[in-house]
Design a binder for this molecule. Structure first.
Ligand code: ADP
Ligand code: ZN
Length: 729
């Protein structure tokens, strides 16, 4: 039950400003309650805040300022406040930063905004004109339906002043209605597809979990096309029948019109959408409606997890292994793990769906913490693609080319049959390295420790670390030789060039994030390709994510070894997932697909596991290695990144931290570093890294908090803590 505070009582208010403290204020006229959204004075400004509880005291009451006003919004529920607190504790992020995530919609403090609508009034104007008659006829034709001014004028083919004239005469009525309308009702009683075999069994288990009304997490594993979406939509239906709200999280790029249309077909209305492409007006509407329970289902990207649901009963995390669920800037959280946390607090069910789960989720299922459901067979006639390696040591590939003769023949056969091929290369740009043939100099970024990548489409060199770009120079910046700079290695743009030369008549489409300025443009291109508007698709990892290309029957992986070489802990796991997913693109229609992997090391255990499809074997081998090394998920890691314009300042602080690590030693944790981070310079800042490694059950966050508490950050030095780091940048 929310506490009430009478006017003048001391209350603690959390703001979304960059000060990590709950501030004391006096309750306003009429009082306020815990969870209320309020506006408070802060210095010369008025800022948004949430009443977090009783005030702390200790500050002269006479000097306290009063809450300006209580906003007209559903109060933040205890469940969400607890979630923000726990998430802040877990990620060692200031609570105010968490509140920022939970209030990412504009104008939350504004009065409900209104919009004018028009409908038929009574009588006729004393002076009738032809345009006026058209408006009246139109309104009468639509019965009592209301239009906006733009719609009405447009539909009748008149200027807005004609409508206004009719309003003055009373023949047309003008009314104000709230812009933040509830979302159309979804109908969970509509039947879904008839489920078969293990689909039906899995759906029944998920529905039973949702009906039970408590917390639980289930890993739903099945190859692409096995019907995971169909199955979890059944759980969504059950949740809606219970009158609770559901959230489906997708990687941003998988949030396609195709997916939304599918949900609409299932439930008879469009769900609410939450992602970076949604207008501000819609964001605000969604934020308000979700708080009032008038949005039953939200389909969104990772930050939808912070919406103020009134009664959240189910969270689906689709493609749960996807690395984009980890926010890598600001508050460093993993939406998959935070979904589980929120569900425990909301007594909700979580479904983690994937063809290739993360090792964490696999291990949690092994340990019995998560339930696990497997969809074994791919639905209907579509089969998993046949997979084979192309041993590049035995292929005769001319210098400067990357498509082997065998892959070329396979593509040619698809072309002749009117089918699509996908050539996959996880490298954006034209060439990863530009080298001077006279002196051997490789062009690097001026601000980072990275090579500049040639992007011919943009006619520039681009740093993939910091985004710095510069024109392609004509002479070598090191020795001055003219016309000696040469691209080395392939990127998707160069592969497209090779493809066009090998298959002159074919329509070649390149799918790479940097060729599209907006997510919408990219999605439109993907849909065009799915509709058959390309013969050969050249793509980066963008294409690996959940799109359905029915005409696609061949996937050629240009460099299956890429990703096996890194020193990254997760390199093997990522390569395995990516290859399996790319291969899953082939043959989603009625025909059998083929996936060909070009590799120089066909005996590599990861390549072998991909080919034989022995997934459990792969996971067990990976798990055994990580357990032996005490690495996640069998141990815990935290990264500390120090950055400064001068390397010296970051190193000095790192050394100081390493010498004063008693708080870490108390929990038996080990500290590595300071060492230059793998990317030692980004955007002109030098980066130094420390790595803390602890046993699984150790109170890692508390120890890190104690360790860092006495540290005074020198000006210019920044410190970021990354709990459960995904990447080691
Ligand atoms: P996944 O999410 O595992 O990739 P989907 O749920 O998208 O799989 O299913 C793949 C395709 O098979 C979709 O087009 C879906 O409509 C169809 N499908 C799945 N299950 C059934 C079923 N029981 N009856 C008819 N079509 C189905
Ligand atoms: Zn750079």
């Amino acid at each position: 039950m929310a506490d009430r505070f009478a006017e003048g009582a001391r209350v603690g208010v959390l703001t979304a400003e960059r000060l990590d403290r709950v501030l004391d204020y006096l309750a306003p006229e009429g009082g306020c309650g815990t969870g209320d959204f309020v506006e408070v004075p802060l210095g010369p400004r008025r800022v948004l805040g949430v009443v977090w509880g009783a005030g702390e005291g200790g500050f002269d009451a006479a000097k306290l300022r009063a809450v300006t006003r209580v906003l007209d919004a559903a109060p933040m529920r205890d469940e969400l406040r607890a979630f923000l607190e726990r998430a802040a504790d877990y990620t060692l992020t200031p609570l105010s930063a968490m509140l920022r995530l939970a209030t990412r919609a504009p104008g939350l403090g504004d009065a409900p905004s209104m919009q004018k609508i028009y409908r038929r009034g009574a009588g006729l104007p004393w002076r009738m004109t032809e345009p006026r008659a058209r408006v009246i006829e139109l309104l009468e034709g639509y019965g009592g339906l209301a239009f906006t001014l733009g719609e009405l004028a447009g539909e009748a083919g008149v200027s807005p002043t004609v409508v206004k004239g009719l309003v003055a005469s009373g023949a047309v009525l003008e009314e104000d209605t709230p812009r933040d309308r509830p979302y159309p009702l979804l109908d969970p009683a509509r039947p879904g597809l008839a489920l078969e075999g293990d689909q039906a069994a899995a759906a029944a288990r998920l529905c039973a979990g949702v009906a039970g009304g408590g917390y639980g997490t289930t890993l739903l594993k099945g190859v692409t096309g096995s019907g995971k979406t169909e199955v979890y939509l059944e759980a969504v239906a059950e949740c809606l029948r219970k009158g609770r709200q559901a959230l489906v999280l997708l990687p941003e790029i998988a949030l396609t019109a195709e997916f939304l249309a599918r949900v609409e077909r299932r439930f008879g209305a469009r769900p609410a959408e939450w992602h970076s492409g949604v207008t501000m007006v819609e964001r605000r509407r969604l934020w308000r409606m979700v708080g009032r329970g008038e949005a039953q289902l939200v389909v969104g990207a990772r930050s939808a997890l912070f919406l103020p649901f009134r009664d959240l009963g189910l969270i689906v995390v689709d493609e749960e292994h996807d690395s984009s669920y980890k926010q890598e800037e600001g508050a460093l959280y993993n939406a998959r793990d935070m979904a589980v946390l929120r569900a425990t607090l909301a007594s909700a069910q979580v479904v983690l769906a994937s063809a290739t789960p993360s090792l964490e989720s696999w291990a949690n299922a092994e340990a019995g913490k998560y339930a696990r459901l497997d969809l074994s067979a791919r639905f209907g006639p579509a089969e998993l693609p046949e997979m084979a390696t192309i041993d590049m040591r035995a292929e005769d590939v001319p210098a400067g080319r990357w498509i082997s003769p065998r892959l070329q023949r396979a593509v040619a056969a698809r072309l002749a049959a009117g089918r699509q091929s996908l050539l996959f290369l996880n490298r954006r740009g034209y060439a990863p390295v530009t080298v001077c043939r006279a002196c051997g100099h490789m062009i690097g970024c001026d601000h980072c420790d990275a090579r500049m990548v040639e992007h011919r489409f943009l006619k520039r060199l681009v740093c993939h670390q910091c985004g710095e770009t510069k024109p392609i120079p004509e002479t070598c910046p090191s020795c001055g030789a003219a016309d000696k700079l040469a691209p080395v290695g392939p990127g998707v743009e160069r592969l497209a060039e090779e493809t066009a030369a090998l298959f002159p008549g074919a329509r070649v489409a390149v799918l790479s994030s940097d060729l599209f300025t907006t997510a919408r443009a990219l999605k439109a291109q993907i849909e065009a390709i799915a509709g058959g508007e390309a013969d050969i698709i050249i793509g980066t990892q963008l294409v690996a994510k959940g799109h359905n290309f029915p005409l696609l029957t061949l996937v050629g992986v240009i460099d299956a070894d890429l990703g096996l070489q890194g020193s990254d802990l997760r390199a093997a796991e990522r390569t395995f997932q990516l290859m399996r997913q790319v291969a899953g693109r082939a043959g989603r229609g009625a025909e059998q697909g083929v996936a060909l992997l070009q590799t120089f090391q066909p005996e590599h255990p990861v390549i072998r596991a991909i080919l034989t499809g022995d997934e459990e074997g792969f996971w067990r081998a990976e798990a055994a290695e990580r357990r032996a090394a005490g690495m996640p998920p069998y141990g815990r890691l935290a990264g500390i990144i120090l950055s400064a314009p001068e390397a010296r300042a970051a190193f000095d602080l790192g050394t100081h931290l390493a010498r004063n690590d008693a708080a870490l030693r108390r929990i038996g944790a080990q500290l590595y570093g300071p060492a230059p981070a793998p990317i030692a310079r980004i955007r002109g800042r030098h980066r130094v890294r420390l790595l803390v490694k602890a046993a699984k059950g150790a109170p890692l966050q508390a120890a890190i908090r104690d360790w860092l508490a006495p540290v005074k950050l020198p000006a210019q030095v920044r410190l970021a803590v990354d709990i459960d780091p995904q990447s080691f940048f």
